[in-house]
Design a protein around this ligand. Structure first.
Ligand SMILES: *Cc1c(COP(=O)(O)O)cnc(C)c1O
Length: 407
């Protein structure tokens, strides 16, 4: 649904030709991913009411529907965003109103105060990269103005914020499990104050279930994990590919195949809004070794922070990692990004830029900070399944490319 400029379409075409990242950009299944005994960490999964769907964007759509958002209603959305956050607003014919982000990567409350009017129904707040927004203050702002609060925890599945598990202040909170766990699909809608059991979700069908289960194993093997399974998985995978080809040839079945969100796409398909999370993803979500996930992500983040602490041309976006944060990625602020972004991708370094494609019309005149962040922040993975030598390889590649530019 998002409307892209010619320049953005060009860039996307260029990206389509890039090699596959040499190391996994998001978690892949390993023999350590699931806990033998249940280990848990505080986070959004602790909230009272939870629904499991197939993507974060579907969860946003459901949250807006639960809030009875009508055509013409205004939703306060961050100028620093990815387009998949905006599509659900457009789908409901509501109007995204873009608020500013400060240099500290926080919601600009004074800007919000100027924007609010009688048409405004909700505020969506994103905890960028796993770092928390001042949520108690934002909750108070919403209460004073009688609007709803949606907490976007796509980058923050674990952690606590202002004394509650992350997501605990939102009327509705949403998350995206693919960003934290080795799963093919997954979005979460949660609320501690609102009953959400009235939402009907339905299975996406057996083909989707098979794909979700096998895709996890396939991706793991692709990146050299679970190699012992390789001989056993060959035939099921061949069967899956065949079923898939067959299903793809059937136009009517198209929406059974899998949501765009699972293939790294930005698209929004209303047919997926009320589909249930796959059984395989839900299993992994329920059995994930959460303590290990938290520990490893924080450790990998610290390693990356240290590795880049004295490198010319880059700085860590945040000056420190607070105790209650479980990072999604390590955000590296690159002073001259355009010179090296594509080059690094061509080398197979798994970097992404959040907000690389901002919604049509969101430019310097709307929020210069957001535009700047969307160019200059490179997300480096710090997930729990990265091996030390993979992290070291990534650091070396980035340092080399930076050094060439500075000499
Ligand atoms: C990825 C993302 C979403 C959407 O999640 P999907 O599971 O990809 O649909 C929403 N908000 C933010 C901040 C995201 O990064």
């Amino acid at each position: 649904m998002a409307c892209l400029s010619a320049e953005q379409i060009d860039l996307k075409a260029q990206y389509a030709l890039l090699p596959k990242p040499r190391i996994p950009v998001s978690p892949v299944l390993s023999s350590h991913a699931l806990g033998i005994a249940k280990t848990s960490a505080p986070g959004l999964l602790n909230l009272t009411n939870i629904r499991y769907v197939t993507s974060g964007r579907s969860a946003i759509a459901l949250a807006l529907k639960e809030l009875n958002i009508c055509p013409g209603d205004k939703i306060l959305m961050p100028a620093y965003h990815c387009t998949s956050m905006i599509d659900p607003v457009i789908w409901l014919k509501a109007i995204p109103s873009f608020y500013q982000i400060t240099e500290a990567v926080e919601v600009d409350l004074s800007n919000l105060r100027q924007m609010i009017d009688e048409k405004t129904k909700a505020l969506l707040v994103t905890h960028y990269f796993g770092f928390h927004q001042p949520i108690a203050r934002l909750r108070a702002f919403c209460d004073e103005n009688h609007i709803a609060l949606i907490e976007d925890c796509a980058h923050a599945l674990f952690g606590t914020n202002d004394g509650l598990p992350i997501g605990g202040y939102g009327d509705y909170s949403v998350a995206s499990s693919m960003k934290f766990l080795p799963v093919y699909d997954g979005g979460i809608l949660a609320s501690s104050n609102n009953e959400i059991s009235g939402i009907k979700t339905i299975s996406a069908g057996p083909l989707f279930e098979i794909k979700a289960a096998l895709n996890m194993v396939e991706k793991a093997i692709e990146y050299g994990r679970l190699s012992l399974l390789k001989p056993f998985i060959k035939w099921p995978l061949a069967l899956k590919d065949m079923l898939w080809k067959f299903a793809k040839s059937d136009e009517q079945n198209k929406s059974n195949l899998g949501p765009a969100s699972s293939d790294g796409g930005y698209g929004f398909d209303p047919a997926w809004v009320s589909k249930k999370m796959s059984l395989a993803s839900k299993y992994v979500l329920k059995h994930a070794n959460q303590e290990r996930l938290v520990e490893k992500r924080r450790k990998n983040y610290a390693l990356l922070e240290k590795a880049f602490s004295n490198v010319d041309g880059v700085t860590s976006l945040y000056s420190k990692l607070p105790d209650n944060v479980v990072p999604y990625v390590f955000p590296l602020l690159v002073h001259e990004p355009e010179a090296i972004f594509i080059e690094l991708k061509q080398l197979g370094v798994p970097i992404l830029r959040f907000g690389e494609f901002l919604w049509d019309g969101v430019d310097e005149s709307v929020c210069p900070v957001s535009v700047n962040l969307s160019r200059r922040v490179f997300q480096l993975p710090c997930h729990q399944e990265l091996k030390l030598k993979e992290l070291e390889w990534m650091v070396e590649m980035i340092k080399n490319v930076l050094q060439q530019k500075h000499h």
